[in-house]
Write a protein that binds this ligand. Structure first.
Ligand SMILES: N[C@@H](CCC(=O)N[C@@H](CS)C(=O)NCC(=O)O)C(=O)O
Length: 202
């Protein structure tokens, strides 16, 4: 297997943390996103979406989308389970994972691309849309804070892929200067719990 990656970027980090939790080591190849390598034919041939991460399997298939890469890794390395074991756990983790992606991670990405210099390229920008997404993400953080007052991890008692995606999103929001985790009591406690896991350094 090989992971197309870029150090410091939040979506590839989701996969790197997932791999670290599983104890799997996979060679990585850095795609120079700031230099536009992800939009060049050689990479587009592997992943037509032109985004990272992507995982190339030993048989040469390419899987993109962080959540789908994690799904594949969970299937080929089921333990420790990060996407649930019972039907109910699987559905609950999937539900929270989708919410974190849709209500927090993706809005922060839209804020980054529309309301900041983003990747510094000439793509379409709409600052009002970016700010709307920022507000959506901040609203979701408040809701997560309430949720985490009742349980240690996003989907319940067990650490899961939903926590991984939430951690990468929260760290992105902090890096963008949008909030401090200390401003949210329970989210702050959760953040300390998940950030001190060795995988968080990935
Ligand atoms: N939905 C994709 C999003 C991937 C994504 O947006 N990756 C960013 C890096 S964190 C990227 O490749 N950005 C390049 C660009 O927007 O041109 C996933 O979940 O993996």
């Amino acid at each position: 297997m090989k992971l197309y990656d870029h150090p410091g970027f939040p979506n590839p980090r989701r996969v790197r943390i997932f791999l670290a939790e599983k104890g799997i080591q996979v060679p990585t190849e850095t795609i120079d996103v700031p230099a536009g390598e992800h939009q060049r034919p050689a990479y587009l041939k592997k992943n037509p979406s032109g985004l990272i991460p992507a995982l190339e399997t030993d048989s040469g298939e390419v899987i993109a989308e962080s959540a789908s890469i994690c799904r594949y890794l969970e299937e080929v390395h089921p333990q420790p389970a990060l996407m649930g074991e019972t039907a109910l756990q699987k559905a609950s983790i999937d539900m929270w994972h989708r919410r974190i992606e849709n209500q927090l991670f993706n809005p922060l990405g839209s804020y980054f691309h529309h309301s900041t210099d983003g990747l510094g390229d000439n793509r379409y920008r709409n600052a009002a849309w970016g700010n709307h997404n920022r507000d959506q993400a901040l609203k979701e953080l408040k809701s997560l804070d309430l949720l985490l007052a009742q349980k240690p991890f996003i989907s319940g008692d067990q650490f899961s892929v939903a926590d991984i995606t939430a951690l990468c999103a929260v760290d992105l929001g902090v890096a963008l200067g949008l909030f401090n985790v200390e401003d949210f009591q329970y989210l702050h406690e959760w953040h300390s719990r998940v950030s001190t896991r060795p995988s968080a350094a990935a």
